[in-house]
Design a protein around this ligand. Structure first.
Ligand code: ADE
Length: 224
């Protein structure tokens, strides 16, 4: 899968992809990641990427030209399945969207800033708008990092069996059951007996019960 991220703060995106699973996904060839500095595409002398909003009011708006140019350049080189804009008023990111996007070939992700982008970009160039939660971040970069991580870990071969995505919370609309590791007792706090029993049928049954219990307690909306 190829992902192109468009940003005015490329340095902010170096960290999340240079470690652990995201790094390995790139090394193993599952992910080709390109980070483009929108400012490099500005045709103005001062390399401006924003301007005052029409109609007045506080806050700058990201200009069309540099964003349209980078999208046009990339789109002339290959076909993109989605051109996504990270914004707090987009559709709330859910596991089902991550699953769908993990099957795509090429994706562009645009990170907004200030008051947002000139709405004509959204009307004419963007195919999907995503929010990672009902709160406002300083920019779309952290949201883009969350989105890419949630997608890339689902690409077959990225995770090994031990960390398989199939048993994640949300994959079957249930939260994950509690997990334990050694020692079997710490400070008098004991691991549930059934997990030490070696009876895999019983263990599986216990896990299913606990997953349901947790979901009922914490996220009853998932069961509807
Ligand atoms: N940009 C600012 N806030 C955001 C959010 N909650 N989700 C995605 N992008 C954003």
């Amino acid at each position: 899968m190829r992902i192109d991220i468009l940003t005015i703060l490329p340095d902010l995106l170096q960290g999340p992809f240079s470690d652990s699973i995201m790094k390995r996904a790139q090394e193993k060839g599952h992910l080709e990641l390109f980070i483009h500095n929108i400012r490099d595409y500005s045709s103005s002398k001062q390399k401006n990427v924003d301007d005052y909003q029409y109609g007045g009011g506080a806050g700058m708006v990201m200009s069309i030209q540099p964003i349209a140019d980078v999208i046009e350049k990339l789109s002339s080189e290959r076909e993109y399945d989605e051109i996504i804009y990270m914004t707090p008023d987009g559709e709330l990111l859910e596991q089902s969207t991550c699953n769908d996007l993990s099957l795509k070939g090429n994706i562009i992700i645009l990170c907004g800033h200030y008051k947002g982008v000139d709405d004509r970009i959204r009307q004419h160039l963007i195919t999907k708008e995503i929010s990672i939660g009902s709160y406002v971040l300083s920019g779309g970069e952290l949201g883009a990092a969350v989105l890419v991580d949630s997608i890339v870990r689902l690409i077959p071969g990225v995770l090994n069996d031990e960390t398989s995505a199939l048993t994640d919370s949300f994959q079957d609309n249930l939260l994950s059951p509690p997990v334990y590791t050694r020692p079997p007792e710490y400070n008098g706090w004991k691991v549930p007996e059934v997990l030490l029993s070696g009876n895999f049928k019983k263990i599986e049954q216990w896990r299913e019960e606990k997953a349901l219990e947790r979901t009922q307690e914490r996220r009853p909306d998932l069961l509807k």
